[in-house]
Design a protein around this ligand. Structure first.
Ligand code: RAM
Length: 917
């Protein structure tokens, strides 16, 4: 229920807590936000009014009016900047649907209204009554004697997934039914034989010792009058399966066997309310899933399946036993704040190649044409009971066309189907995922491409950005960057989806974040992950290297890794304009800076550097103390700014002063009077320039030296993870967008396009993951799906297309439109910001450059119109000096600078390249 663009200023894209019509809001003061559109130039909001009503349970799902008095009415608020409010009405009640409306009045007095809704969750532990239940583990110890295809797996001591069920009777179909559910492990819930909700890998990964997320599913349509069955399958997941590179399984991190906690709430038309909760009356039995593990894979033995187990009129006798109650602890339960992982897309098989016959039968190799995270769905017919079909997954092929899996390390990534007696079986694992492009299927005499599909899994983040340009290689790079994000936003931001790692590495997330925030609305996703980052912080203030924290990974955050605890909230605040990213994190940010400062009183960060990864995977080393101290300065500066935003003046002063001292120390220690930076590497200059650590008077020298180094390398890039995202933006800011383009479009190694020319469809972990001379890098660490080096994505939007935010702006209130055409002939980008849609697009032909810009209502933009002749610039056909809504503010070499109000603009100018003789 969102408003549609009309002839006037109108709100649309309403969100609660950055989510569209969420269920299960536990935040007592949720953020209600809207976006604006208007066809009129210069349009802007003058004031808004938000009203919220509680909606009775029996109101139709799409009820468009609230009942009675609003629970909150802001009244008319004159605020031309606002696109959100924090709820501050009567306390929200649990399990209640709220409808809300925003009325926005434009500067000309016209008002437009849009409405949306949200529903609260259980609002805290006291409301829960369910018990944690599990299968009596006596018959689960390990899977039965290994059979063909599972030989390696049986050694791992994996255990079967279990089924749980209970029946209940209700006299009438409810007007509303909600399932509140979580697990220690992974759950799939079913009601009367149908799936409840569409969340995958739920409840997701948190540090279960500190917090367990629950989800809310609308199951109204699944409950009927009479007998009903609520059922679940439970598997190990992160809770009791393999996770990270820890060789231990059960109990190593969290627990030994999975448990379920669920409440089904039924609201009836007569006002009656029933609750069906997990307790000792449930019955359980081991499931046909012989094992399911995120890293090892999943095995279904359909000979053990019992149809109808999740429906009424089933006698849960044979092998079904009472569930064991393991506790009633509700203290750690919190509502999920992120959009769940879902099966978001299906990829058809591009090719199926018969590899021949080997152990286990005939082998086929399937190519989905895209590296991704997910699983396959396979349809098989006419299998004799007991036939085993084994599916292995991999990202690449050996020279002989067989599947390459060495780089998966101990992640077997192998799924097994054991046929039962049905004529046709559809096999799709439920509790595992793999990072792969290819699947090798053994055990089927023939395999038709139509019978196997790739199912893409990731958090269902709304895609907000789009980019295209005249170089197909760069477009492919952009798509590979997006696929890197898709493959690694799986419950937490992971480094990679394929090998035995898949951890929430902090630096990877921090360097990729600016790109991630343009590609998609990741506000809610990162709000969830930041709880893990904060939760993992040591009592002494050290952020970790991975979150959720994991045994086996050195705890104390390395420079650039731990600093993500500061950089991530700051960037989210800037991108989404939501101050709560700072409020919730400021204390943790201060504690981190204090921790580094306490151990490094002389302000050169050399002690307590954790496992110091330096400029990870860089072809050339940058001095470690320089890297660390640059990050120390950056974190301190951002902490000061965050305190300033929140009005914490004392902290702002304290950290501001400290940041100044660190800057000075950095300059003394690492920058020569002539502007040389220690180490003389690209990353040394990039960090020093990006973080403002080079004294003003020598910035041009340092910038010049950076350009020399880039030129001397090819032009080419020699940074690792910490320098990579800064290279193009810093070169651009230094007046060398030509070099940024040279890096972007370079095709030899190391470069972004080299992998794409060698089959990559996602970003590689290493510049040299594969080279023509040497082949694959050492298998011990060679992921073909890591997003970190994809952080150039930000500059595709900001530099190539010119779609960016001005330095002091938050929430895209002030745009900086500064396209850098380079040698391309056109580029365009669109971004659905929290304020509304921003667009840029330029083309050049016959000596003319055309630039189109859309600025959302209430925003302004500084536009750099690329031109060799500032006097000849037109907008919508009239000389720019007289154009409506456009103000000329200056020139710079190769561009005319204008300030524009909201609206759509069409500039034409003499192409700057035409001016070059
Ligand atoms: C690797 C991870 C990650 C990186 C750390 C330091 O194993 O893949 O990308 O941040 O090491």
């Amino acid at each position: 229920m969102t408003g549609h663009p009309t002839a006037t200023l109108a709100p649309h894209g309403l969100r609660c807590e950055h989510l569209a019509e969420p269920l299960g809001i536990d935040e007592p003061a949720p953020l209600l936000s809207w976006r604006l559109s208007s066809p009129r130039r210069g349009d802007a909001p003058a004031r808004h009014r938000v009203r919220v009503w509680a909606v009775p349970a029996d109101a139709p799902a799409d009820a468009s009016t609230g009942a009675g008095e609003p629970v909150w009415d802001t009244g008319e608020v004159s605020d031309a900047a606002a696109v959100s409010v924090r709820y501050a009405g009567a306390p929200l009640r649990p399990r209640t649907r709220y409808r809300w409306e925003v009325a926005v009045t434009a500067v000309d007095g016209a008002t437009a209204v849009a409405g949306s809704r949200f529903e609260t969750g259980l609002l805290g532990p006291p409301a829960w009554r369910a018990s944690w239940i599990t299968h009596d583990t006596g018959d689960l110890d390990v899977v039965d004697a290994p059979e063909e295809g599972e030989l390696a797996l049986a050694d791992h001591g994996l255990q079967p997934a279990v089924r749980l069920r209970r029946t209940f009777t209700t006299s009438a179909a409810p007007v509303r039914a909600r399932l509140y559910v979580t697990a220690r492990g992974l759950y799939e819930m079913r009601l009367n034989g149908r799936r409840a909700g569409d969340a995958e890998l739920a409840p997701g990964w948190t540090d279960y010792r500190d917090r367990i997320d629950y989800q809310v599913h609308d199951v109204t349509a699944l409950v009927g009058a009479g007998e009903n069955v609520l059922a679940a399958t439970l598997a190990d997941g992160w809770w009791s399966g393999y996770a990270g590179f820890d060789p231990r399984r059960s109990g190593a991190h969290y627990g030994a066997f999975p448990q379920l906690l669920a409440e089904l709430h039924l609201d009836h038309a007569d006002g009656g309310h029933e609750v069906i909760a997990t307790d000792g009356t449930w019955r359980t039995r081991r499931s046909p899933v012989r094992y399911a593990d995120l890293l090892k894979g999943e095995c279904h033995d359909l000979r053990r399946d019992t149809t109808g187990w999740d429906r009424p009129a089933f006698a849960a006798a044979d092998g079904w036993r009472p569930a064991q109650v393991t506790g009633t602890d509700h203290g750690l339960l919190t509502a999920s704040v992120a959009p769940p992982v879902r099966a978001v897309e299906e990829l058809p098989a591009r090719t199926v190649t018969r590899l021949g016959t080997g152990t286990g039968g005939d082998r086929h190799l399937v190519d989905f044409g895209q590296n991704f995270a997910g699983r396959v769905r396979l349809t098989a017919r006419g299998l004799t009971p007991g036939t085993r079909v084994v599916i292995r997954h991999g990202e690449a092929l050996n020279d002989d066309g067989t599947l390459y899996t060495d780089n998966l390390r101990t992640a077997d990534a192998t799924d097994v189907l054991i046929a039962g007696d049905g004529p046709e079986v559809v096999f799709e694992p439920r509790f595992t995922y793999h990072g792969f492009r290819y699947a090798e299927v053994t055990g089927l005499p023939a395999l038709d491409a139509a019978d196997i599909t790739g199912v893409v899994l990731h958090n269902d983040i709304p895609w907000t950005g789009d980019f295209a340009c005249s170089d197909p290689d760069v477009e492919r790079l952009y798509q590979a960057i997006r696929w890197g994000q898709r493959s690694n936003f799986v419950s937490v931001p992971t480094d990679c989806p394929q090998r035995d790692e898949r951890l929430g590495w902090l630096a990877d997330a921090q360097v990729f974040l600016p790109t991630a925030c343009l590609n998609a609305d990741v506000a809610a996703f990162f709000a969830g992950w930041l709880r893990e980052v904060r939760g993992a912080q040591s009592p002494g203030g050290a952020f970790t290297n991975v979150a959720p924290r994991m045994t086996g990974v050195a705890d104390e955050g390395a420079p650039g890794w731990g600093d993500a605890g500061v950089l991530v909230p700051w960037h989210l605040y800037r991108a989404y304009g939501d101050e709560r990213f700072l409020e919730r994190n400021l204390d943790a940010m201060c504690a981190w800076v204090d921790h580094v400062h306490r151990h490094n009183p002389d302000l050169v960060w050399r002690h307590r550097v954790g496992p110091h990864f330096a400029d990870w995977l860089a072809p050339e080393p940058t001095p470690r103390e320089l890297v660390a101290t640059a990050y120390f300065a950056r974190s301190t500066d951002l902490t000061a700014r965050a305190a300033e935003v929140l009005g914490r003046q004392d902290a702002a002063r304290r950290y501001g002063t400290l940041a100044g001292h660190i800057r000075k120390t950095f300059a003394e220690r690492f920058v020569t009077p002539g502007g040389r930076v220690a180490g003389d590497t690209q990353t040394a200059y990039l960090l020093a320039l990006a973080f403002g650590l080079v004294p003003d008077d020598v910035v041009p020298h340092a910038a010049g030296r950076l350009a020399e180094l880039v030129e001397a390398a090819g032009p080419g890039i020699t940074t690792g993870f910490l320098g990579v995202g800064l290279a193009a933006p810093v070169l651009d800011d230094c007046g060398r967008p030509d070099l940024a383009h040279a890096l972007l479009r370079r095709t030899g190694p190391p470069s972004w396009l080299y992998p794409l020319r060698h089959g990559a469809t996602t970003i590689w972990e290493r510049w040299d993951g594969y080279t023509e001379e040497r082949g694959f890098q050492a298998a011990a660490m060679n992921s073909f799906n890591h997003y970190a080096l994809g952080s150039i994505g930000e500059w595709l939007y900001q530099g190539v297309a010119g779609l960016g935010q001005a330095p002091g702006s938050t929430g895209y209130r002030e745009l900086l439109i500064r396209p850098r055409p380079g040698a391309l002939t056109w580029a365009r980008a669109a971004y659905e910001s929290v304020r509304g849609t921003v667009r840029t697009g330029w083309t050049r032909a016959d000596g003319e450059l055309r630039l189109e810009v859309s600025v959302p209502p209430g925003a302004t933009a500084i536009v750099h119109v690329p031109t060799g002749d500032p006097g000849g610039v037109h907008e919508s056909g009239v000389p720019v000096a007289g154009a409506d809504g456009v103000q000329i503010i200056g020139t710079e070499p190769g561009a005319l600078l204008c300030r524009v109000a909201s609206g759509d603009y069409r500039f034409t100018a003499e192409d700057p390249s035409a001016a070059v003789p």
